[in-house]
Design a protein around this ligand. Structure first.
Ligand SMILES: [Zn+2]
Ligand SMILES: [Zn+2]
Length: 213
């Protein structure tokens, strides 16, 4: 039985997810802040992640990745089109949010570069990568059973901004349509805020997608 735990952390209240099962297989999605703090939470639950997955490269989703990877030995996985954000605080938004105070920013590199359709297998469960560009060039959603870990592409109320580096309004529109086309029974687990039933907000997502055309 796969479990998902959510922690809301960091200056932008990013959702960090722990996904694990009873065999100890574990992945961390979007370690947005304080890699050591995340590692201590994992240790207190007896979890050791083999994968750190990023829905995209923005600093509020990746800031703890370097430290968490060095403490856990996990593989850092990110879509190939967002790989460059991990080493560039100007592209990943940190420089703007912290008004240029970026000395602290832990530049890092992904070990695994993801593409649409890739499957990340952790034994009893797996993630399928769905490339949903628009918020950033390499934004992805991770499909885990009936859950969609959707980063900043879509939220319970609204969708991700497209005015940051690499954002693309038309691509976001297509990505929202792609999310809305998934079958019934999907739970959206976004990068900020509450979860949502896709069935409940499908019409709104389609209206949002149309408004971006
Ligand atoms: Zn973002
Ligand atoms: Zn975010």
């Amino acid at each position: 039985m796969t479990k998902i735990l959510t922690f809301c952390m960091g200056d932008l209240r990013t959702n960090t997810y722990f996904v694990f099962d009873e065999t100890g297989a574990c992945a961390v999605i979007d370690p947005g802040m304080d890699g050591r703090g995340i590692w201590e939470k994992l240790c207190s639950k007896g979890l050791r992640p083999t994968h750190v997955l990023l829905t995209h490269g923005h600093f509020d989703h990746s800031l703890g990745a370097k430290e968490l990877v060095s403490l856990s030995g996990a593989k850092l996985c990110c879509h190939k089109e967002d790989a460059l954000l991990l080493s560039d605080p100007w592209k990943n938004g940190a420089a703007f949010f912290y008004r240029g105070d970026i000395e602290f920013y832990p530049r890092t590199e992904a070990e695994v570069l993801l593409e649409d359709g890739d499957v990340i297998d952790l034994g009893s469960f797996s993630f399928t990568v769905m490339h949903t560009p628009g918020h950033t060039p390499g934004s992805v959603c991770f499909r885990l059973e009936n859950n969609l870990l959707c980063g900043d592409t879509v939220f319970a109320y609204g969708f991700g901004r497209y005015d940051l580096w690499g954002g693309d309004r038309e691509k976001l529109s297509v990505s929202l349509e792609r999310v809305a086309s998934l079958e019934s029974g999907i739970k959206l687990c976004p990068g900020h805020g509450n979860t949502a039933s896709l069935d409940r907000i499908r019409e709104q997502i389609l209206l949002d997608a149309a408004s971006l055309k």
